[in-house]
Design a protein around this ligand. Structure first.
Ligand code: G6P
Length: 612
């Protein structure tokens, strides 16, 4: 949450910072700002999307070869020009951008006020730059030492970048629990919250670890040290991201592009892992832990948001195919409710970004208590991926739309592979069912293409329902988490209130909401409990609810009952979520577009939630 970018080198910093902030906008977009040092420190910052900053700065002098930039998702202090980053020291010579939360900002602020500091914003961040200024004044040290000493007094999470008028070609960056990547170019350096602002300039990067401070200056290059001032040898990695993957490539929105990419992203996710002809089924990351997995008395999946919904599908999959008990936990609840963790537990962290603060904290806690951690992440090199004992990447490629789509379906793909691997090892899947699922999974990319053909029909349904205020989503079994996910997608991007419910639970409450204005999306591709789903549909119909059903191509009964039917190919039940979720993504997308909502950057949200 919040995006940071910094540059020092021989080029003009401003355009590099703005382009970088564009790439990082998924991390927050309620205000943005840059500080450029060209002899003097100048800061431009503006409330609103990046466009507002660009318009504001367009006739100003933005020249300079060193600078820092920030795109904000407000935590302390409302989104306005003053609270936007960068924040300066009292003497105006130091400037800082920050991602995270300084938890002890109040006592620090009080102490600094007593020493004569005056604050202009409501942010925790401003306290940090005044603290660095104060330490520098008292200790008479250079910028890097002032940053290091100051951070000893800070409680909380941070990724920070600081520059100073007095050391005009030096950048100091530090991280604790929020990501930072350093790009090494030819006589130039980049620092950013992720690699996307860096990839078009250099492929050589270093992922900073927690508790490390990086100092780059044009004369001495890069140095990394820890909080005790010991040097750390940097580990340089080569980026694999392709630049075109960060562009919309002709689509109106990243979200639509990412919905359309799902056939390929699942193909990429399966590559080298599954092949029915050669009997290949394997997840390299699981190899060393297979015995541990198979012997575990239970698995615990921790995740947030859409990833939590994938985790719920994972519970159905692994319990069904491998007969291992699975618990699925919201990471934020898990970590604070003193959970009972056994040493033979395997904790699976599901996270697109690999940076979600609650999920990261949950695995750290479970690790401390002896559990084995398996990370399923999309972003390569992310914190969760690095802090897990083992893991598997989803290989969905960069997901930029804030509402998660292809990351979700590739998470389901990895979980299906896990279910199959464990089921095979434990002998819990009958041979013919195993074969059916393996072949079905291989055919999913082609079937997704077929599902995309329902888009015109979905646009028509979106037109019909774009002005309603409420939606209900129902599903049973494997489709229950899909109902939850469908409702979440709609809320996130169209701001229509939507609830997902297990279909049978409807009669315990939500049924009271049903009248002739209530659209009810029923995800009804199930073979098991099919009659029960029909009964649930009848219950809605009897109260004049308007039914939009997702069914399989062969279903004629629901076709008769529902007001609108979207048909998808028939696949073995454990694979149905992979297809059934796609019409729901498209429905929320088209409703949001018709309501003129900012699909890729919905209000109040951010893609990577690095605060708790
Ligand atoms: C945010 C995003 C969601 C995402 C959730 C968990 O809320 O907007 O799309 O599902 O974080 O993120 P993660 O990166 O851990 O999957």
């Amino acid at each position: 949450m919040c995006g940071i970018v910094a540059y020092v080198g021989e080029q003009e910093a401003y355009p590099i910072l703005i382009k970088g902030l564009q790439r990082l906008a998924y991390r927050g977009y309620d205000s943005s700002g840059v500080a450029i040092c060209n002899g003097k420190m100048t800061v431009y910052k503006k409330k609103g999307k990046l466009r507002a900053l660009v318009d504001y700065a367009k006739d100003q002098d933005t020249k300079g070869k060193i600078g820092i930039g920030h795109t904000r998702w407000a935590t302390h202090g409302e989104p306005n020009d003053v609270n936007a980053h960068p924040h300066n020291s009292q003497n105006g010579k130091l400037s800082l951008v920050h991602n995270g939360i300084i938890e002890n900002y109040a006592p620090l602020k009080e102490m600094l006020i007593k020493k004569g500091h005056r604050f202009v914003s409501d942010t925790d961040t401003e306290v940090l730059i005044h603290l660095i200024e104060e330490v520098q004044r008292v200790e008479k040290v250079n910028l890097e030492e002032a940053v290091r000493l100051s951070l000893h007094s800070v409680v909380g999470a941070y990724a920070i970048v600081v520059i100073s008028e007095d050391e005009p070609d030096k950048i100091v960056a530090a991280r604790k629990s929020s990501p930072l990547v350093i790009g090494l170019g030819e006589k130039e350096f980049f620092v950013a919250s992720d690699a996307t602002p860096i990839v078009e300039h250099t492929k050589n990067v270093i992922y900073l670890n927690d508790g490390e401070i990086a100092v780059v200056d044009l004369e001495n290059g890069l140095r990394i040290k820890n909080m005790e001032n010991d040097s750390v040898t940097p580990y340089i990695q080569e980026l694999e991201i392709k630049l075109e993957k960060l562009e919309k490539e002709g689509f109106d929105h990243f979200m639509l592009k990412e919905i359309y990419q799902q056939d390929n992203s699942i193909r990429d996710c399966l590559r080298g892992r599954l092949n029915s002809k050669t009997d290949l089924l394997h997840l390299r990351g699981m190899k060393d832990l297979e015995d541990q997995f198979a012997a575990a008395k239970r698995l615990i999946i921790v995740a947030c948001g859409t990833s939590w919904h994938a985790g719920l599908v994972g519970e159905y999959l692994i319990e069904d195919l491998a007969r291992i008990p699975v618990e699925v936990e919201y990471a934020s609840e898990f970590r604070y409710r003193k959970p009972i963790i056994y040493e033979d537990d395997v904790v699976i962290a599901l996270s697109q970004s690999g940076e979600t603060a609650d999920t990261l904290a949950a695995i750290r806690m479970a690790k401390e208590q002896g559990a084995t951690i398996f990370g399923i992440c999309n972003v390569v090199g992310s914190s969760i991926a690095r802090e897990s004992h083992a893991g598997s990447y989803t290989h969905a490629g960069p997901e930029i739309g804030v509402a998660s789509t292809k990351a979700f379906t590739t998470q389901l793909t990895v979980l299906t592979l896990m279910g199959l691997i464990l089921g095979k090892k434990r002998g819990t899947i009958p041979e013919e069912i195993y074969k059916e699922i393996v072949e079905g999974l291989e055919s999913i990319p082609n079937l997704i293409k077929q599902v995309m053909e329902t888009e015109e029909q979905i646009k028509y349904i979106a037109e019909e329902f774009k002005d309603v205020s409420n939606f209900l989503y129902l599903g049973r079994g494997y489709n229950f988490p899909i109902a939850l996910e469908g409702a979440l997608k709609l809320k996130e991007i169209s701001y229509i209130h939507a609830e997902g419910y297990p279909a049978a639970e409807m009669k315990h409450g939500p049924i009271a909401l049903i009248d002739d204005s209530m659209p009810v999306v029923v995800v009804a591709t199930n073979e098991s409990a099919y009659e029960k789903i029909i009964s649930n549909i009848q219950e809605v119909k009897a109260r004049k609810g308007r039914i939009i059903a997702i069914t399989t191509l062969k279903d004629k009964i629901i076709e008769e009952l529902a007001d609108y039917v979207i048909q998808i190919p028939n696949v073995p039940e454990p694979l149905a979520p992979l297809l059934a979720t796609i019409p729901l993504q498209l429905l929320s997308y088209h409703i949001a577009v018709l309501r003129n909502c900012d699909v890729d950057q919905p209000r109040n949200l951010a893609k990577s939630v690095t605060v708790e």
